[in-house]
Design a protein around this ligand. Structure first.
Ligand code: 6GU
Length: 277
């Protein structure tokens, strides 16, 4: 996979040299090209922004430098044999970044990121490139960052670990929280390693039992507890058919009951009285 990033802060992308993404690069599984947007300005002050039409606070990034930088990155990529680029525009007004989108992007051969600062990029840039290549405007959550660079790091890490051969064990993604196609998307429960006792704290006995069935059941119950506590919305969306008898017993203990009107796009599960907090 080829990645291009155009930014006014190339040094912000240094973490792409480290850890999983850094190793994927070193192995040639990922080719990363970071471009300085200011190298595509032609005035004395290397201006990349200007005041917004219609007034208002902040500045807007100008069309010229982005178009020049993108044309250069596109020409370089095509020349080196890359094809089918996807432009990823990080913006809080984008489509939510999810594991499902990460899987989708991991199947693309070439991603080009345009992290912006200020109030964003002149709309015409996205509209123009959307006539030529696939464009995805993506948000990494309901909060506002000062710029899109951190979002590029987030998206890149989530995508890179899905590439064939990047994680040691191909099975590793199957159990990911939010793995698409799972019967029920539950959060993963706690994990433990040696020593067996630390500061007077022991390991849950079942994990030392060697009884794989009981261990799987315990892990499932812990996942149901954790999901109830942190992401009840994930339980509400689960099809009752995704749960076996033991799951339903635990859900009932945790204060859940199937919603009598439960249906797709609505709520399948509802909380029973006395489970708030
Ligand atoms: Cl992708 N960019 C910025 N600036 N803020 C964000 C975001 C992206 N996603 C959530 N907040």
């Amino acid at each position: 996979m080829r990645l291009d990033v155009v930014t006014i802060f190339p040094e912000y992308l240094e973490p792409l040299n480290v850890s999983l993404v850094g190793k994927a690069r070193a192995r040639g599984q990922l080719k990363v090209h970071v471009h300085d947007l200011r190298a595509h300005t032609y005035d004395r002050h290397n201006t990349v922004d200007d005041t917004p039409y219609g007034g208002g606070p902040g500045m807007v990034m100008k069309t010229g430098p982005w178009a020049d930088a993108l044309d250069t990155a596109l020409a370089d990529g095509y020349e080196s044999g890359a094809h089918a680029p996807t432009l990823i525009v990080p913006t809080p007004s984008g489509r939510p970044f999810t594991q499902e989108l990460a899987v989708e992007l991991a199947e693309r051969p070439w991603l080009i990121f345009t992290p912006a600062r200020y109030e964003g990029i002149d709309r015409r840039v996205v509209d123009e490139y959307a006539t030529r290549i696939q464009v995805q405007e993506v948000s990494i959550g309901d909060y506002v960052l000062a710029g899109g660079e951190a979002a590029v790091l987030v998206i890149t890490e989530a995508v890179a670990r899905l590439l064939p051969g990047v994680l040691g064990n191909a099975e590793s993604h199957r159990d990911d929280s939010f793995a698409p196609g799972a019967m029920a998307n539950l959060l993963e429960g706690p994990v433990y390693t040696k020593p067996p006792e630390w500061r007077g704290r022991e390991i849950p006995e079942v994990l030392l039992s060697g009884h794989h069935g009981k261990i799987a059941r315990w892990r499932r119950d812990e996942a149901l507890k954790r999901t109830t506590a942190h992401r009840p919305d994930l339980i509400e969306r689960c099809d009752p058919a995704a749960f076996d008898k033991k799951d339903r017993e635990m859900l009932s203990i945790l204060g859940w009951a199937p919603d009598p009107a439960g249906r797709p796009y609505g709520r399948f599960w509802q909380r029973t009285e006395g489970m708030e907090e």
